[in-house]
Design a protein around this ligand. Structure first.
Ligand SMILES: *[C@@H]1O[C@H](CO)[C@@H](O)[C@H](O)[C@H]1NC(C)=O
Ligand SMILES: *[C@@H]1O[C@H](CO)[C@@H](O)[C@H](O)[C@H]1NC(C)=O
Ligand SMILES: *[C@@H]1O[C@H](CO)[C@@H](O)[C@H](O)[C@H]1NC(C)=O
Ligand SMILES: *[C@@H]1O[C@H](CO)[C@@H](O)[C@H](O)[C@H]1NC(C)=O
Ligand SMILES: *[C@@H]1O[C@H](CO)[C@@H](O)[C@H](O)[C@H]1NC(C)=O
Ligand SMILES: *[C@@H]1O[C@H](CO)[C@@H](O)[C@H](O)[C@H]1NC(C)=O
Ligand SMILES: *[C@@H]1O[C@H](CO)[C@@H](O)[C@H](O)[C@H]1NC(C)=O
Ligand SMILES: *[C@@H]1O[C@H](CO)[C@@H](O)[C@H](O)[C@H]1NC(C)=O
Length: 206
């Protein structure tokens, strides 16, 4: 009788243990990371003081989008880019939309685009020494492809300040990472919370 009870208990324990492991595994494989966005190239011919031609209001920008997920593809909705003259975000200098596309797992995508900015505002954008500062915001939504299944839309709202030298190109040599405000941290906390509770669940099973 006691043996039977022990067997039943063991069976029950291993069932719960398996359940815990499955939950952990499910969480690990369903977890998604938003793509990382960078500005690789940023050039305004009109602000190149060597060129001495301020009538050009183009901005040449190259974006790089990286899907860091090991086994999940990403469907991008249309990507909205918004450009501001830095000190006053009320000064909308221009906007641009890149059509949506699909990106496979562990893939990188680059987009080289020419955007026409507001001429009036651009002519006032530089400091007396020829440098300028802009704000670039990127807004889109992504869905992840997990095997044959598509997740719901995840909002992606990131941006960065961009310093431009008197040659009209970004001062910072390396690519600039576009960051979101607080949501990155919140997401990280949520993930840590889920991890901790999974671990606790597994330990409780012992
Ligand atoms: C600025 O213009 C000069 C003259 O055309 C050119 O040599 C230089 O490469 C330009 N600067 C940038 C950052 O492209
Ligand atoms: C300046 O650029 C504009 C348009 O890009 C062009 O029409 C004009 O001829 C250029 N002026 C000079 C002085 O190079
Ligand atoms: C401004 O310069 C860019 C890059 O040199 C060129 O592609 C564009 O046509 C120019 N814009 C105008 C209005 O001339
Ligand atoms: C920002 O905008 C306000 C009001 O529009 C203006 O008074 C202020 O001078 C602007 N600041 C800069 C640095 O342009
Ligand atoms: C983008 O700019 C154009 C013209 O400046 C404007 O008509 C349009 O509403 C803007 N779109 C967004 C999403 O801000
Ligand atoms: C450019 O910006 C100025 C000042 O904000 C505004 O009055 C003008 O309508 C804008 N031009 C275009 C083409 O959007
Ligand atoms: C140019 O002027 C701005 C504003 O006064 C300043 O922040 C910036 O450091 C200056 N840049 C250089 C290269 O002197
Ligand atoms: C991008 O802009 C389009 C057109 O203005 C708008 O319908 C769409 O909701 C915007 N997307 C995001 C993520 O803001």
């Amino acid at each position: 009788m006691a043996d039977q009870q022990g067997g039943c208990c063991r069976c029950c324990c291993s069932f719960i243990f398996t359940l815990g492991l499955t939950a952990l595994f499910m969480w690990l494989s369903l977890r998604t990371d938003n793509p990382t966005c960078y500005i690789q190239y940023f050039y305004l011919p009109g602000l190149n003081t060597t060129l001495k031609n301020s009538t050009n209001n183009s901005l040449v920008i190259e974006l790089k989008l990286e899907n860091g997920n090991k086994d999940k593809g990403i469907y991008y909705d249309a990507i909205n880019l918004t450009f501001y003259d830095f000190p006053n975000k009320s000064h909308l200098m221009g906007n641009y939309t890149i059509p949506g596309f699909y990106q496979g797992h562990k893939k990188k995508a680059t987009r080289l685009e020419t955007v026409d900015l507001n001429k009036t505002l651009l002519s006032k954008a530089t400091y007396p020494n020829g440098t300028a500062k802009f704000r670039v915001d990127l807004a889109t939504a992504v869905r992840f492809k997990i095997m044959a299944w598509k997740t719901k839309r995840h909002k992606l709202d990131v941006g960065s300040d961009v310093d431009v030298n008197n040659q009209g190109s970004k001062t910072y040599e390396k690519k600039i990472k576009l960051r979101s405000g607080a949501s990155d941290h919140k997401r990280y906390c949520a993930q840590m919370g889920a991890l901790v509770s999974s671990v606790v669940l597994v330990f409780l099973d012992f």
